[in-house]
Design a protein around this ligand. Structure first.
Ligand code: PEP
Ligand code: MG
Length: 574
């Protein structure tokens, strides 16, 4: 009997094989933790320092041999290793009589817990990094690690775990693991970044139930739709085998054309850009073939600090980002904090529903200095870019017309804005359509701006009243619901009527199979995660625009998301 578990797609691809459940063994206390073996606090501290040195050398080596993105991860791990919060906690535990191994275990697990309790996905993934560093230290201190459980593994292994640390991921038997399904974790965690660079299909947030499955069961990791199937029906399995073979051919082919434009057979030219969430992401832009950055989530520049970046710091950061675009356009989204992304230095009253609270532009308009500083940095950037580049400012979380009016009024008052916008032509302004009211008012919004960009992650959340970080309602919030598609269609019509382009930058845009629907609905530009760029470009090259328009009309007549999925499968056979 087939079992199906829904999760989130973190690394696309299909893995077929046998389940191996990985539960990191509780790290054993090393020999020095038997009471009789504990040395004096100075001896235990010296053991800790010696282990730390070895781990530091190991991380430095790993940073050198890996790709650029993975190197960054190991550099972050080196920072954690030397962070005083960790070392002070180890020292305090040693001073109160613990052995070095036990002190390290306790200090790291307390820090991990602290980070896990913060409802911020960035901090949640840092918890994994701290656990990873702790594992390395404990290994060097003589504790038993889980590495032996992960290497070697039988051929065709589907690895199931609650979560994996980057340490686990770098130690797993890459040649034999064909797919990974995690009960927890998120597509932005470092584990996902590593799995992506290893090319192993990964589904995360699949729920704790997957940990009840037995070793040896037969399964499929569907990293495209974010699903784990166990004991699949015969015909489903056959379809997945075909998909896997097709994907392999498709990926190889797509990569070989990634630097060519995405042109449909009827001549429609669709810019495919990349979403950038961190400095790591910049390193892949060139190889992905992206034609610029379609969404720079600037939150990473503002979080994990004690004060906001100055105008000069922001300008330097944006200049660095811009240097990776090859003079293509750079869409910079204004700071979108609030919701699940708080910052320490802007204390906000506790909100029962932060996603419905003071988030994005609502927050910025309450902190006009922060907003105008970001504007000043962006105008300065636009002032110095080459005339062929464009800096596009994108306003998040618009739900009312007056928010756009107030934001534009502030921007118009920034020295140099008019010059960049009207003389140099290097500055544009757009609005994110991610709240249903904005989609319904798109015909009023479009004439005020240069472009619209649809954020389907939030648009689905708000349309279907399904919290995007609550896995219990994750399946409700599909952007392929007919209600969401109608809002997308309205937005595209508004863009067309005003003669401005409409982009999409939500996660759904990274799925090659939805491209005919997106183009049929009237989207003009696509922005996706780096690894999806070549695949999306390839998919666009196959789209017959006339057929895509018919498909979109059919999809808009559907009453259920399942019917739309069905339509897409008919269009793009698995
Ligand atoms: C979206 O909402 O679809 C979007 C792209 O923005 P974010 O995921 O950063 O909220
Ligand atoms: Mg959003």
């Amino acid at each position: 009997m087939q079992q199906l578990f829904y999760g989130l797609s973190a690394v696309p691809g299909v893995g077929i094989g046998n389940i191996y459940k990985y539960a990191p063994a509780a790290t054993h206390a090393g020999p020095a933790d038997g009471r009789a073996d504990i040395g004096s606090p100075e001896e235990e501290w010296a053991r800790f320092l010696a282990a730390r040195l070895l781990v530091d050398e190991e991380l430095a080596r790993l940073a050198q041999i890996g790709q650029a993105a993975t190197a960054e991860i190991f550099l972050v791990h080196r920072e954690i290793l030397h962070d005083s919060t960790l070392t002070d906690a180890v020292r305090a535990a040693i001073d109160s009589g613990s052995g070095a191994t036990h002190a390290t275990q306790v200090a790291t697990s307390e820090l991990v817990k602290l980070f896990q309790d913060l409802s911020d996905t960035y901090f949640a993934s840092r918890a994994t990094d701290i656990r990873d560093v702790g594992q390395r230290l404990v290994t060097r201190l003589g504790g038993i690690t889980s590495v032996r459980q992960l290497n070697p593994l039988p051929n065709g292994t589907i690895l199931l775990a609650d979560d994996l640390t980057p340490f686990d991921t770098t130690h797993l038997d890459q040649t034999h693991v064909v797919g990974i399904a995690l009960a927890a974790s998120t597509p932005t965690a470092h584990t996902a970044i590593l799995a992506r660079s290893l090319g192993i299909p990964l589904v995360c947030s699949a729920g704790m139930e997957i940990l009840q499955l037995q070793n040896g069961m037969f399964g499929v990791v569907d990293g495209i739709r974010g699903r784990l199937l166990v004991d699949p029906y015969e015909d489903t399995l056959e379809q997945y085998k075909l998909t896997r073979a097709r994907l392999q051919r498709f990926q190889a082919e797509a990569r070989s054309h990634s630097h060519e434009p995405a042109l449909t057979p009827d001549g429609a030219r669709i810019p495919v850009r990349v979403n950038v969430n961190s400095r790591d992401d910049l390193l892949h832009i060139d190889s992905s073939g992206a034609e610029g950055i379609g969404l720079l989530r600037t939150e990473y520049l503002f979080q994990h600090r004690t004060s906001p970046p100055t105008i000069d710091e922001q300008l330097a950061a944006y200049q660095e980002v811009q240097s990776y675009t090859n003079d293509h356009s750079l869409t910079v989204r204004l700071l979108d904090i609030g919701g699940d992304k708080p910052v320490q230095y802007l204390p906000q009253p506790a909100e029962a529903n932060p996603f419905l609270g003071v988030r994005g532009i609502r927050l910025l308009l309450r902190h006009p200095k922060m907003l105008s500083d970001q504007f000043r940095a962006l105008v300065a950037l636009a002032h110095n870019v080459s005339p062929v580049s464009r800096i596009r400012i994108l306003i998040p979380m618009i739900s009312k017309m007056n928010e756009v009016h107030r934001t534009l009024a502030l921007l118009e008052g920034i020295p140099g804005y008019e010059y960049c916008r009207h003389q140099l032509g290097t500055l544009e302004v757009g609005v994110m359509i991610e709240v249903p009211s904005a989609a319904l008012l798109a015909h009023h919004l479009a004439p005020l701006v240069d472009f619209l960009s649809i954020g389907t992650n939030d648009l689905a959340q708000y349309t279907l009243a399904a919290d995007r970080i609550n896995s219990a309602v994750a399946t409700l919030a599909t952007p392929l619901d007919p209600s969401v598609l109608r809002l997308i269609a309205l937005t595209c019509e508004a863009g067309q009527a005003a003669g401005i382009p409409v982009a999409i930058c939500g996660e759904v845009a990274g799925d090659p199979s939805v491209q005919p629907l997106l183009l049929g609905l009237g989207l003009n530009e696509i922005s996706v995660a780096g690894p999806a760029v070549p695949l999306v470009k390839s998919a666009i090259r196959q789209v017959d625009m006339a057929a895509a328009k018919v498909l979109a009309v059919k999809a808009l007549q559907c009453s259920r998301a399942q019917e739309i999925h069905q339509l897409l499968h008919e269009e793009v056979a698995l």
